[in-house]
Design a protein around this ligand. Structure first.
Ligand code: F6P
Length: 556
């Protein structure tokens, strides 16, 4: 399929006979208004509610029963996805069609974890042999470093510094932390921010003679990454005779890696049809391969593949990524809840919210549709979060009693990795379940008054104090539960979210695979560089001029 051939898939929905795609949206809005007064708890009068609103993928379960979605809402949401051409869009993505129309590219992160037998074509040519070759090279390099066959100029590599930003950092950094129990290689450090504090703090205490540096950048032009790479090379050059020998690169731009002086045998490539924020599955995951080894990395890919198969094969109403996406659409575009909290009760998923911020907000934070026309409804939500239980002692106050509703997405492993600390895992799980229960049930004024009376209060003071202790409840949440956080499970989780973003994009008519919204800031930063060295600022607004003057004055 050629660029442009994908558009009719989206138009299908918009050519709905009742107007430009309005009928199902308006049916959903009407239905939502009709059930606004209903407490989610009432839905549990149906004893089968939990089972009927839980979807399974392998051993993983997504429970979305603690939302106000009922059978009618679900049917309408599925119809919305079907009407948007989801089935055709999914087939188009997996077949290598150029669905990233504004960049004229296929979207094939799924190829990075496809099975040995897979044949995936772009412009008529099978892309899998090259992809497998690069993965094998990256695996072989990781093994050499881990075994000591590849050494630094001071002996075995003890530390690896991955320099990258956005998709060249968040994915591998998140996965490296998540797989801590599998670490048996060198220590991994991730440097992303152009703030010199990041690189300085990271390098402090490292030995340049036993440190390997990975410069990870799809384009190899990103200013933050290239600046940090130069800083680290200078640091290394001060101590080792041949700094370039301890550098590796991951990029689509081999000419630029060569110009930077990195030998081709340590450059690992991937194609431009892998988006940065979808790239952890290939050589961008080199840091992970070094930390946990190729066998564990293969398990990560196997988990991703299992979720890919589920996404392609499961009927829409039993399809986990589809349902997670539709729950999101219900909360954001139908109910008007503009944010979404991701709350892993899994400390090793501490970086998951940050990873999902890029995945979801860079993908679906768009204001025009595929056709360039303004979106008729809100784009993707603001995504944020922190691991439980830490968040409970920070922002859950607002989630429980604030005036805005924040749909919450809990993640929980049934089992932890520390057998000696099973009691702590039970406490963690109890807290996770307690939070979704509290959001659901709340506490009525009557109950709060009872509590205050038991404390001996009465009269106006009892009323006043009781009102502060009311929890409205009826607040929606989902819980993703899995046996244990393993490489396989993690592969499933990441893929679940990738496909969720895709489904949301299809339903909203968005191209989820470009990111033009990051360009303007980059251009202006480039122009401001000389201004901060004293160049003319007269074309800047008054605020920017004043801030520049303040900085220049501080430098004397
Ligand atoms: O922030 C914009 C962006 O292009 C992201 O999409 C990408 O992940 C990041 O910059 C880093 O890009 P690169 O890997 O080319 O350095």
């Amino acid at each position: 399929m050629q660029a442009g051939a994908y558009a009719p898939v989206f138009e299908y929905f918009w050519q709905d006979e009742k107007g430009p795609g309005m009928s199902i949206w308006s049916d959903l809005a009407k239905h939502q208004r009709g059930c606004e007064g209903r407490h989610i708890l009432e839905l549990f009068d149906d004893p089968d509610r939990a089972e009927a609103f839980t979807v399974a993928a392998g051993e993983m379960r997504l429970d979305y029963s603690k939302t106000n979605i009922d059978a009618t809402a679900r049917e309408l949401l599925i119809a919305l996805a079907e009407g948007a051409g989801l089935v055709e869009a999914r087939a188009a993505m997996f077949s290598g069609a150029k669905i990233n129309e504004t960049e004229g590219r296929a979207v094939l992160h799924i190829a990075q974890r496809a099975g040995d037998e897979a044949v995936i074509k772009v412009d008529g040519a099978d892309v899998m042999p090259e992809l497998r070759k690069e993965r094998a090279r990256a695996y072989a390099f990781a093994e050499d470093v881990r075994s000591g066959a590849f050494t630094g100029q001071g002996g075995q590599i003890t530390d690896v510094v991955n320099i990258g930003i956005g998709g060249s950092d968040l994915g591998p950094a998140m996965v490296t932390l998540a797989l801590a129990p599998w670490h048996d290689g060198p220590r991994l450090h991730y440097v992303s921010n152009v703030d010199g504090a990041h690189v300085a703090d990271t390098l402090r205490g490292l030995n340049p003679e036993t440190t390997l540096v990975i410069v990870a950048s799809k384009t190899f032009t990103t200013i933050e990454t290239m600046t940090n790479a130069q800083t680290v090379r200078n640091w290394m050059a001060a101590k080792v005779a041949d700094p370039g020998a301890q550098f590796a690169a991951v990029s689509t731009a081999r000419d630029k890696t060569a110009a930077f002086g990195i030998a081709p045998e340590r450059v690992f490539g991937f194609a431009d049809w892998v988006g940065g924020r979808y790239s952890v599955w290939g050589p961008i995951g080199l840091g992970v391969m070094l930390a946990v080894g190729p066998a564990a990395f293969d398990e990560l890919l196997a988990g991703a593949r299992a979720m890919d198969s589920h996404f392609c094969a499961a009927p829409l109403d039993q399809n986990m990524p589809v349902l997670l996406a539709l729950v999101g659409i219900w909360h954001n575009q139908i109910c008007g809840h503009a944010t979404r909290a991701v709350l892993p009760y899994d400390q090793r998923l501490a970086r998951l919210p940050a990873y999902l911020q890029q995945l979801e907000m860079e993908s679906n934070g768009k204001r025009v549709g595929m056709d360039g026309a303004d979106l008729e409804r809100q784009s993707g939500p603001v995504v944020w979060g922190e691991p439980g239980t830490n968040g409970q002692h920070a922002f859950y106050q607002l989630i429980h009693q604030g005036t805005r509703v924040v749909p919450c997405e809990f993640l929980l492993a049934a089992q932890g990795h520390e057998p000696d600390l099973a009691h702590q895992h039970r406490l963690l799980a109890a807290n996770c379940l307690a939070q979704s229960e509290a959001l659901l049930r709340g506490r009525s004024l009557e109950q709060a008054r009872g509590l205050m009376a038991a404390k001996g209060l009465d009269g106006a003071e009892l009323d006043r104090q009781a009102r502060h202790r009311v929890f409205p409840g009826n607040r929606p949440s989902t819980t993703l539960i899995y046996p244990k956080l393993t490489p396989f499970t993690l592969g499933q989780i990441i893929t679940l979210y990738e496909h969720r973003v895709f489904v949301e994009g299809v339903v909203l008519g968005i191209n989820s695979f470009d990111q033009w919204g990051v360009e303007l800031g980059k251009e202006l930063a480039t122009a401001l560089g000389p201004v901060l060295e004293g160049a003319d600022a007269s074309d800047k607004d008054g605020s920017t001029r004043a801030l520049v003057s303040y900085i220049l004055a501080a430098h004397g």
